[in-house]
Design a binder for this molecule. Structure first.
Ligand SMILES: NC(=O)c1ccc[n+]([C@@H]2O[C@H](COP(=O)([O-])OP(=O)(O)OC[C@H]3O[C@@H](n4cnc5c(N)ncnc54)[C@H](O)[C@@H]3O)[C@@H](O)[C@H]2O)c1
Length: 254
C-alpha cells in the first residue's frame, strides 16, 4: 500500500466498489491514507470485513457493505446505509468488475448479460444512487474503472467485457457533461492489464506476450491505478471532467 504524499481527502467520504481485492482494495487504502472515510462495497463479505477491520485499526472510519453491484435493490440499500452512516457521500469509485474471455462467436447470452450487468449496469446503478445527494450538495467526484480494452478493443479480453468497458467510457462522459454545472466531476481510468487476481486469469505466456508490447515493460500495479484515482477525486482535479486517463505504461496512447 502506498501511503500517499499528502492528505488531500481529509473530511471527505468515499464509496469504493470492488474494495475486497485488486485495484479497488488499493484505491480504498490510498483514499484512506489521504484522509477519506470509507464505505467499502463488494460481494465478498469476509474479505471485505477484513479490509474494513484493517483500515479501522489504522484509524480510518470505515464500513463494509456486502452487495452485488448488478442488483438494484442491493445497491440502493448499500448506498442508503453508507449515507446514513456518514451523513453524505463525496466520492464514488466504481472498481467492481468481472472479466470473461469469449470472443463474439463464442459468447453466450448468459455471459454477455453477466459481464455487462456487473461492469456497465453496476456502474450505472451506483452512479444513479449517489448522484441526487451530490447534486443537492453541489459537490461530487466519480471515477469509473474502464480499461484499455474499452478504448481499443481487448487483445485477450472477451467481447462482452470490451463492449461493457467501452460503454463505461461513454456513460462517464455523458454524466460528466450533464452534472458539471452541479459541481460534480466524472472521469474514467483505463488501466492496461493489471497485476491483480483479474489479470492473472491470463496464462503466464499470455502475460509475457502482453508485457512485451508495453513500452514501460511491466503490468499495471494496483498502486499505479490507486494513484491516478486519488488524483481524480482530489481537488487538484476540480476542473478535470470527462477524462479517460490511461494507466498503461504507454501501451495505448491517444
Ligand atoms: N486487472 C486488470 O487487468 C484490469 C485492467 C483494466 C481494467 N480493470 C478493471 O479494474 C477494475 C478492478 O479490477 P481488478 O483487477 O481489481 O479485479 P479483481 O477481480 O481483482 O477484483 C474485482 C473485485 O470486484 C468484486 N466484484 C466482482 N463482481 C462484483 C459484483 N457483482 N458486485 C460486487 N462486487 C463485485 C470482486 O469480488 C473483487 O473484489 C475492474 O472494473 C476491471 O474491469 C482491470
Amino acid at each position: 500500500m502506498s501511503s500517499g504524499s499528502c492528505r488531500r481527502l481529509e473530511g471527505r467520504v468515499a464509496l469504493v466498489t470492488g474494495a475486497a481485492q485488486g485495484f479497488g482494495l488499493a484505491i480504498a487504502e490510498r483514499l484512506a491514507a489521504e484522509g477519506a472515510a470509507l464505505a467499502l462495497l463488494d460481494r465478498q463479505a469476509d474479505r471485505l470485513e477484513a479490509v474494513a477491520h484493517t483500515l479501522a485499526a489504522a484509524g480510518t472510519d470505515a464500513v463494509a457493505l456486502t452487495a452485488d453491484v448488478a442488483q438494484p435493490a442491493a445497491v440502493r440499500a448499500a448506498v442508503d446505509r453508507a449515507s446514513a452512516r456518514f451523513g453524505r457521500l463525496d466520492i464514488l469509485v466504481n472498481s467492481a468488475g468481472i472479466l470473461r474471455l469469449s470472443d463474439v462467436l463464442a459468447c453466450t447470452e448468459e455471459e454477455w448479460d453477466l459481464v455487462v450487468d456487473v461492469n456497465l449496469k453496476g456502474t450505472f446503478l451506483l452512479c444513479q444512487a449517489v448522484l441526487p445527494s451530490m447534486i443537492a450538495r453541489h459537490y461530487g467526484r466519480i471515477v469509473n474503472l474502464s480499461s484499455s480494452a474499452g478504448k481499443q478493443g481487448g487483445v485477450l479480453s472477451g467481447i462482452a467485457y470490451n463492449a461493457a468497458k467501452g460503454g463505461v467510457l461513454s456513460f462517464t462522459k455523458s454524466i460528466a457533461r450533464q452534472f458539471a454545472p452541479d459541481g460534480i466531476t466524472a472521469n474514467a481510468v483505463c488501466p492496461g492489464t493489471g497485476d491483480t487476481p483479474m489479470g492473472h486469469q491470463f496464462t503466464a505466456d499470455q502475460l509475457a506476450a502482453l508485457v512485451a508490447r508495453i513500452p514501460a515493460g511491466r503490468l499495471a500495479t494496483a498502486d499505479d491505478v490507486a494513484g491516478a484515482v486519488a488524483y481524480l477525486v482530489s481537488d487538484d482535479a476540480a476542473f478535470v471532467t470527462g477524462e479517460m486517463l490511461d494507466v498503461n505504461g504507454g501501451m495505448v496512447m491517444d
